[in-house]
Write a protein that binds this ligand. Structure first.
Ligand code: GLV
Ligand code: MN
Ligand code: MN
Length: 407
């Protein structure tokens, strides 16, 4: 079996051209024209495999095995990209998964179980405020009623947007039937610095951290930036600043390096230099590998909101968009990945980023394979993984898929 590095790198390059911003940055938001063009490009590469799309746009590219009724072996990731991202997050697991299947096929391998590549819809929360949309539906963590509940910034519902994008079927049909996958393995760049720092080319993921995200709305009193005196102010932005600092303090004081928190969105209204902010909308992201510590941080955040509201005379509301449990990876899939690493060095590690595997692990034995990315940089245009590291990851993935497809 030989991975075709030139083919794969050319496809990664081409996929990165479907973007709303100039290279090297990539922005590709779910169900926009660039996302649909990228999906069409991927499907154009899948000759000889069967293609199925579900009602939320998850796309399944299947290599039918000798015993097609057996639970399949899955692999895959996402191709959507947050604003001003790089080209490797998710795409390495999609095009790399496809390359693994093609390399096995070209090498004469005949799978017993079917092997299936999945393009998951909207792993990123950019449009609908919640990440892993497609894999949540597959795992039954979102259900059909969420199609009308979830809205984008223009108040268009997921149902309206997906139907306009050509995915019109009933959401009730999306959840995977029990036993659909025998095993699932996702290839992904690490998005952290450990492999690169240690010079270790491969990481086998044993657990995925628990993410939570909240929208916090702070309402105060607007007014003239010159005329309203300081003692009489109820500045919504200053409340937001205090809350963000309290969240940082909660993350830093948890006692564990695995606790992290970020205020990634801060919309200030009316947004004029000479007007006191009357309303602020924050979006915050809090994660930990330990769910009790993660929830402890959310409790501190709630207390900070109450305290700031009282001290500054503000109205503060919190909406939890998601608060998910961590995943423990499957020993069977870990074992297949480690066996596939052969004599090459690998580390066992946790994933601090979330992935579609977090949700697929709820319905199938799942693990992940990480490859290094330069200096751990991700969600930035200068995200980079070398062709050699990507190829190595695809080789290991292909071997692991072949072992799992025979079992
Ligand atoms: C995925 O992109 C994450 O934010 O972990
Ligand atoms: Mn990402
Ligand atoms: Mn990703």
């Amino acid at each position: 079996m030989e991975v075709n590095q030139a083919r794969l790198m050319a496809e990664l390059e081409r996929l990165s051209s479907f973007s709303e911003v100039p290279a090297p940055a990539v922005t590709r938001v779910v169900f926009t024209p660039t996302d649909l063009q990228a999906r069409a490009y991927l499907k154009s590469l899948c000759e000889g495999f069967t293609i199925r799309e579900d009602a939320v746009g998850n796309t399944f590219i299947r290599w039918v095995g000798a015993e097609p009724d057996l639970p399949a072996v899955g692999t895959g990731s996402h191709i959507d990209a947050i604003p001003n991202a790089g080209r490797y997050d998710g795409t390495v697991g999609v095009l790399g998964g496809l390359e693994a299947m093609r390399a096995l096929r070209e090498g004469g391998f005949k799978p017993r179980r079917s092997i299936e590549l999945v393009l998951f819809t909207s792993e990123e929360p950019t449009r609908f405020g919640i990440g892993c949309l497609g894999s949540r539906f597959l795992a039954g963590s979102l259900n059909a009623s969420d199609g009308d509940r979830l809205k984008d910034a223009n108040q268009a519902t997921l149902n309206q947007v997906r139907v306009a994008a050509g995915f019109a079927g009933p959401l009730e049909d999306v959840p995977l039937k029990p036993g659909y996958y025998h095993a699932f393995a996702e290839l992904h760049i690490e998005q952290g610095p450990l492999l690169d720092m240690r010079g270790v080319p491969l990481g086998v993921v044993t657990a995925i951290a628990a993410p939570a995200s909240l929208r916090i709305t702070i309402e105060g009193e607007g007014g003239h930036a010159g005329a309203v005196l300081m003692p009489g102010r109820h500045d919504a932005f200053l409340g937001a600043a205090e809350i963000s600092l309290a969240l940082e303090a909660a993350a830093k004081s948890s006692g564990a390096i695995d606790t992290v928190a970020t205020t990634g969105i801060c919309n200030v209204f009316p947004g004029a230099v000479n007007s006191i902010p009357s309303r602020v909308e924050l979006s915050v992201d809090a994660r930990d590998i330990d769910i009790e510590r993660r929830d402890g941080m959310l409790n501190s955040l709630a207390a900070a909101c109450d305290q700031v509201a009282a001290a500054r005379g503000l109205r503060i509301t919190r909406e939890v968009l998601n608060a998910d449990a961590p995943a423990v990876c499957s020993p069977m899939v870990i074992e297949a990945l480690e066996r596939a690493c052969g004599l090459q060095k690998f580390d066992r590690m946790v994933s601090r980023a979330y992935h579609d595997s977090l949700f697929i692990s709820r319905v199938a034995p799942t693990a992940m394979l990480f490859i290094p990315c330069r200096a751990g940089v991700s969600h930035r245009p200068d995200e980079y993984s070398s062709p050699e590291d990507i190829t190595r990851g695809v080789e290991v993935l292909a071997k692991a898929l072949s072992y799992l497809a025979e079992a």
